[in-house]
Ligand binder design. Structure first.
Ligand code: ACO
Length: 368
């Protein structure tokens, strides 16, 4: 059976930094409280022109570059996000257009902060079935657009960013070895964006009642996370036939430093095997694991043969774990001419997309 190997990785982090001190000038909070209760020191906020799709495209381009493949080789694009550019078209379709990935099917996947782990599971199953060979899996979020900047309970937690991997079919023994996914909808109200959907369509009332912002019962989500993460980690390792001793790196969803510490104690993992960048980016939801994975490779915390466990949890409630054996080495630096060619290719993709739109217009006007 073919396995889904991570052949490329990339990330995009917006420029603008929002520190705890900045927040303490916006709401009644302090750097000391935020660091002690969450471990977060700063987070990144998307610029006015940036959206989930634009950040996803940047991360995806980097991942394709590392994998040394062109967008025309991609069979499927999955974007895990809770903050799509639109309800429809999907953010994945916007990414497909921007990349010029003309052969690719594309869809979004909504599983809160577990989105990326869910997307990896779906993509791996499709690769293993032989339905696809190459998949771009992206986690991207612009949480700053659904954060209530007047609510100190939530606004200190979240940040923006995107991470991506290219999965390619490869031999058994490496790549994604096991996935465990779970959900419990009875906890749906613990972490919710109440307004804007078919239950409460956007209206003056939903805006006046701030229903277009995240609402969270933090303590309950915290309890849920410290209970479910150790369990799903053990289940995924058992399914892969590996033990904790085999694990080289553990990448949990970056939500709260105290959640990570509690899980590490419970699972009995040496802290040196845990990757965390929470203090710099905060909780970037579905983007947190791919950003951390990409950073870990860049910092040479992962080498071929290493076993990585990624564990997510979040709105839904949902949870999931992926066990994978790293197979691809760090790529050699890309020559300048090749970078130039890639840039040209994306410019041509934009032109092609424009021409395609023109053709549709002419076609329909001609028929009308
Ligand atoms: N600054 C100062 N005080 C604050 C702040 C703040 N930013 N936020 C809350 N407080 C106060 C509260 O009002 C409360 O005051 P009170 O005792 O007078 O009522 C006190 O601090 C304690 O509040 P708790 O909610 O009990 O604080 P806790 O230690 O639980 O920490 C936190 C809150 C950080 C939100 C924590 O519960 C948490 O991280 N939960 C998990 C959240 C999470 O991971 N969410 C993401 C899930 S994934 C996804 O899909 C998005």
């Amino acid at each position: 059976m073919p396995r889904a190997h991570v052949a490329g990785w990339g990330k995009y982090i917006p420029q603008r930094v929002l520190t705890n001190d900045d927040l303490s000038r916006m709401v009644d909070t302090s750097d000391a409280w935020i660091v002690a209760r969450t471990g977060i020191r700063e987070r990144r906020i998307a610029g006015e022109e940036e959206t989930t799709a634009t950040m996803a495209v940047q991360a995806a381009r980097q991942a394709l570059e590392v994998a040394r493949i062109g967008p025309e080789k991609v069979d499927l694009i999955i974007v895990a996000t809770a903050t799509p550019d639109y309800f429809f078209p999907s953010t994945a379709c916007l990414v497909q257009k921007a990349l010029g990935a003309n052969r690719a099917a594309a869809f979004d996947l909504a599983a809160g902060c577990t989105g990326f782990v869910y997307a990896l599971g779906v993509a791996a199953a499709m690769v293993e079935s032989g339905a696809v060979q190459t998949v771009l899996v992206i986690g991207a979020e612009t949480l700053s657009r659904i954060t209530d900047w007047a609510d100190r309970n939530t606004c200190v937690l979240f940040g923006d960013g995107a991470g991506a991997v290219v999965l390619r079919a490869g031999p058994d023994g490496g790549g994604i070895l096991a996935t465990v996914l779970g959900a419990d909808g009875s906890g749906g109200d613990l972490l919710i964006l109440p307004g804007g959907g078919s239950r409460h369509p956007a209206s003056h009332r939903t805006v006046a009642e701030r229903m277009h912002f995240i609402r969270m019962q933090g303590r309950d989500v915290f309890r849920f996370a410290v209970r479910v993460v150790p369990t799903v980690t053990r289940q995924a390792l058992e399914r892969s036939g590996l033990s904790l001793d085999d694990v080289a790196l553990f990448i949990p969803h970056q939500a709260n430093g105290r959640i990570i510490e509690s899980v590490v104690r419970d699972v009995k993992l040496p802290p040196g095997k845990v990757y965390s960048n929470l203090e710099r980016y905060g909780n970037t939801s579905a983007a947190s694991i791919p950003i951390a994975l990409c950073e870990a490779v860049e910092k040479e915390r992962l080498k071929p043969g290493d076993v990585v466990v990624c564990v997510g949890f979040g709105a839904g409630l949902t949870w999931g774990a992926t066990v994978l054996r790293w197979t691809y080495p760090q790529p050699a630096p890309v020559p300048v001419w090749r970078r130039f060619l890639r840039r040209l290719r994306y410019a041509l993709a934009a032109l092609r997309s424009w021409l395609r739109r023109l053709w549709w217009r002419v076609f329909f006007v001609g028929r009308g």
